[in-house]
Design a protein around this ligand. Structure first.
Ligand code: B12
Ligand code: SF4
Length: 319
């Protein structure tokens, strides 16, 4: 059973989120996403590739009240991870320890505060971890618009941030959804993507996306996929790097846990070939690279080593 929150609770909740270090915070009412039709079309087109979990969790994603019974509102947050770093073979979000724990700990801290205010309140944190269309929720909470590269963009922060949500069984006054779209006639991200993965504005075919090919795809690369990977070892930021909103508004991360590690900013790509499981775990076990596992990283390193392609220089033709 959901219940009402005390007067003025919403503002104090967002103040707590800011105190926890989140850069953006807003409140949304849980319910069917406004973008369900886009999600369904994406699935129907097979754009999810081998990410079976996207199709399996589809029914839950079609209504944000379904993943956890009794939840009616969400505090939606964003945490900047720093778009100011130079390009490199590892995407910026993966150059430090895995972000999920950092976000969960902060959200847990906010939930502890909530329980101080409403003692029997129930909450559940989501960080890229559940069957939730996080960008839909974030736009509804007022955090930004859907860029044509599909990233959620905030007009004063760009898009180099993680999203997370604290679902609550409290009835909260929602913030106004982010109503405007600031992409205008720009198409830089579509043009810059070296694999043409943005098949239409707002639509990424994951099967062509370097991020998918180096992180989510299991098994070997086909020759064509190895060429598409180019010199990307893990993830890809090109469609964000070229975005004028990032060029102008990206800032250094203030979260100490997001300080880039040398072995991830300038990795020794050849070292992956001879690495055993124990060495991989010791070096990368607490980082996002663990998701691809040693075998996936060796596959990626081989694709890079074969000179699969030349990195697009996003600054050469678009600035
Ligand atoms: C699956 C997934 C991927 C897949 C598919 C990406 C994709 N575009 O769908 C792959 C592996 C390729 C991927 C890559 C990346 N990802 Co990812 N990913 C997800 C995940 C788990 C689900 C996304 C999803 O639901 N996709 C389905 C499609 C249909 O949804 P969508 O693209 O988000 O589109 C929504 C809207 O744009 C809108 N929409 C769709 N079509 C249209 C058309 C119009 C006209 C309009 C107006 C709207 C609209 O409706 C959709 C549904 O709400 C989310 C976490 C989560 N649970 O939400 C993280 C998430 C989206 N990823 C994230 C990140 C950081 C990345 C990378 C930058 C990582 C990297 N550096 O390599 C890249 C970016 C590549 C890109 N351009 O998307 C962040 C994005 C933060 C942000 N600022 O937006 C998220 C939110 C994780 C997090 N919690 O922080 N990702
Ligand atoms: S590069 Fe241009 S079109 Fe793409 S997301 Fe940024 S503003 Fe929108």
């Amino acid at each position: 059973m959901s219940r009402a929150a005390p007067p003025g609770f919403e503002l104090r909740l967002k103040t707590q989120a800011a105190a926890a270090g989140f850069d953006l915070a807003g409140i949304a009412t849980l319910g069917p996403p406004e973008t369900t039709a886009h999600f369904d079309a994406w699935l129907d087109a097979g754009h999810h590739g081998e990410m079976g979990y996207m199709a399996r969790g589809a029914e839950l994603r079609r209504d944000a009240r379904r993943p956890v019974e009794g939840m009616v509102s969400a505090l939606v947050v964003a945490l900047n991870y720093g778009g100011t770093q130079p390009p490199g073979p590892v995407a910026r979000y993966a150059r430090f320890a895995d972000y999920h724990r950092v976000m969960w700990d902060k959200l847990d801290g906010v939930l502890t505060w909530v329980r101080g205010e409403v003692p029997d309140a129930v909450g559940r944190s989501f960080v890229d971890s559940g069957p939730v269309l996080e960008r839909d929720l974030a736009r509804r909470a007022g955090l930004g618009w859907f860029g044509k590269n599909t990233l959620l963009i905030h007009p004063k922060l760009g898009s180099f941030f993680f999203l997370g949500a604290l679902f609550l069984d409290l009835e909260l006054e929602p913030d106004a959804p982010f109503a405007t779209d600031h992409c205008g006639a720009c198409t830089r991200c579509l043009e810059a993507c070296p694999t043409q993965a943005i098949v239409a504005p707002h639509v990424v075919d994951a099967r062509r996306c370097i991020s998918y090919l180096t992180i989510e795809l299991k098994g070997d690369h086909t020759d064509e996929q190895a060429v598409m990977v180019g010199d990307h070892l893990f993830g890809c930021d090109i469609c964000q790097e070229v975005c004028p909103w990032n060029v102008k508004f990206s800032r250094d991360a203030s979260e100490p846990a997001f300080a880039p590690r040398p072995e991830l900013t300038e990795p020794d790509i050849r070292s992956f070939g001879s690495m055993d499981d124990a060495a991989f775990k010791a070096r990368y076990g607490d980082t996002p690279l663990a998701r691809a596992k040693r075998a996936g990283m060796q596959r990626n390193a081989a694709a890079v080593g074969n000179g699969g392609g030349v990195r697009n220089d996003p600054t050469s033709s678009h600035q």
